[in-house]
Design a protein around this ligand. Structure first.
Ligand SMILES: Cc1cc2nc3c(=O)[nH]c(=O)nc-3n(C[C@H](O)[C@H](O)[C@H](O)COP(=O)(O)OP(=O)(O)OC[C@H]3O[C@@H](n4cnc5c(N)ncnc54)[C@H](O)[C@@H]3O)c2cc1C
Length: 408
């Protein structure tokens, strides 16, 4: 039997602990909070989007040249769902997103906790690890309360910086940096994008299905479709979350960044010009603003009229000349929002950056700097898209480490 310490009782730490204990290891989990799996409870708006059946390397991002998809190939979606099935979790698939059939994140935590108990894994809650110290072939774990424990292997699963209100902080990175690891700078991601453009305030509270593109220094970098939510200080919603890592990165690099919003992605600009003329023909007595009633949300129309710069919204629509009609169609296809980074970690779901993959063997998750020490989950420099990819990274790396910790 081999003594293994897991630092962090979150998604990847719990899966690693269960995997190693099932293979016969004697496992202890150190968790700084008063209970394990706290962050899992808030995932997927309390429903826990466990994973996604639309899986691919393009869903994961890292600064390293290494293939960060490797652990997800090794312990893939089916392996993960089979693992959860053994614990009692049935799958519910919505489009491509996978949830527990109970639609309760608490069920995921419950089954993990029950398996931890069944396997006799020791759980030390309210126990913050402050130092990891190699001593010969063994490892000393030192805690904030000045307690010292000795183990043969360590798995560090301390998570990232997103949602600090749930108890995460920099200590995971510090533990690893003290052992010679390097950290890629961290930024919040899967988060609200901040924009000073006045249209945000004008459309505050509105949700609109549209196509959004992010441009850095004038070059389109990524395009997403879905429901955008307008807030007082910017833009939110699933497609915005997907673009947020680019917004955060460009802001950090002081690069010019814009979001272009297409309210009518199915129509060409020419289609829209033709429709505007048709509507003028049917309602020449209307104002410019009234021309759009029944076609577009009123508050979006105000923003479109403003950007198109066609004068007063209460001017007669029959006075619009061709250039003005074209400008309105152009604004419907490309409403421009200046981007000033993102909200902070408090509002984020994941962390860009972390401990570099260059110092980790991705076949085993063992550190290349500190043999006998393994690293899993969000503390590493990998972030996934919105839609179950971050948890998949946590589950996959936890499964890989939990298995290989006994083999090496
Ligand atoms: C609001 C929100 C919603 C999300 N929804 C989804 C979703 O639906 N799908 C998805 O895929 N991802 C989602 N995520 C992201 C996902 O939750 C994380 O990527 C995942 O939990 C990371 O797992 P982890 O094990 O690396 O870290 P965590 O789950 O954060 O666990 C790390 C644990 O380590 C403990 N710890 C840290 N330092 C120490 C220390 N020094 N000593 C002892 N213990 C320590 C922490 O208290 C924590 O319990 C969401 C995140 C948030 C914030």
């Amino acid at each position: 039997m081999r003594d293994i310490a897991i630092i962090g009782g979150g998604a990847s730490g719990l899966v690693a602990a269960i995997t190693a204990a099932r293979l016969g290891a004697k496992v202890t989990i150190f968790e700084r909070q008063n209970r394990i799996g706290k962050k899992i409870l808030v995932t997927g708006n309390g429903r826990c989007n466990i994973t996604n059946i639309d899986m691919g390397a393009e869903r994961f991002h890292t600064a390293s040249k290494k293939d960060c998809y490797q652990p997800v190939v090794s312990k893939n979606v089916e392996t993960t769902l089979a693992f959860f099935k053994t614990l009692g979790i049935e799958r519910l698939i919505e489009k491509t997103k996978v949830y527990p059939a109970s639609e309760q994140a608490s069920s995921v935590v419950d089954v993990l906790r029950m398996e931890v108990e069944r396997l006799g894994i020791e759980v030390l809650v309210d126990t913050k690890v402050t130092k990891l110290k190699p001593e010969g072939v063994k490892w000393n774990v030192l805690t904030e309360a000045n307690d010292k424990y000795t183990f043969e292997r360590i798995i560090v699963a301390t998570g990232g910086l997103a949602a600090p209100q749930l108890g995460c902080d920099e200590t995971g990175y510090s533990l690893l940096k003290a052992l010679g690891h390097h950290q890629v700078p961290t930024l919040p991601t899967l988060v609200h994008i901040v924009s000073p453009t006045k249209y945000c305030k004008m459309m505050q509270g509105m949700r609109f299905k549209s196509e959004v593109s992010i441009l850095v220094e004038g070059t389109k970098v990524r395009t997403e479709r879905g429901e955008v939510l307008f807030t007082e200080d910017g833009l939110s919603g699933p497609p915005i979350f997907q673009l947020s890592r680019i917004a955060a990165d460009s802001f950090a690099k002081k690069q010019a960044c814009e979001i272009h919003m297409d309210f009518m992605p199915e129509a060409t600009k020419e289609d829209l010009v033709a429709t505007i003329y048709e509507r003028i023909g049917n309602g020449a007595h209307k104002t410019i603003e009234e021309l759009f009633i029944g076609w577009l949300n009123k508050r979006a129309v105000m923003a479109i009229i403003k950007q198109a710069d066609v004068g007063s919204p209460v001017a007669p629509c029959e006075n619009l000349d061709y250039e003005m009609v074209e400008a309105l169609a152009e604004a419907m296809k490309k409403l421009v929002f200046e981007v000033k980074g993102t909200r902070g970690f408090k509002f984020a779901q994941a962390t860009v950056g972390g401990i570099t993959l260059d110092e980790v063997n991705l076949e085993t998750m063992e550190s290349l700097k500190a043999p006998g020490l393994y690293i899993t989950g969000e503390v590493l420099d990998v972030d996934g898209d919105c839609g179950g990819y971050n948890l998949q990274w946590a589950w996959s790396t936890g499964l890989v480490a939990g298995e290989s910790v006994l083999q090496n």
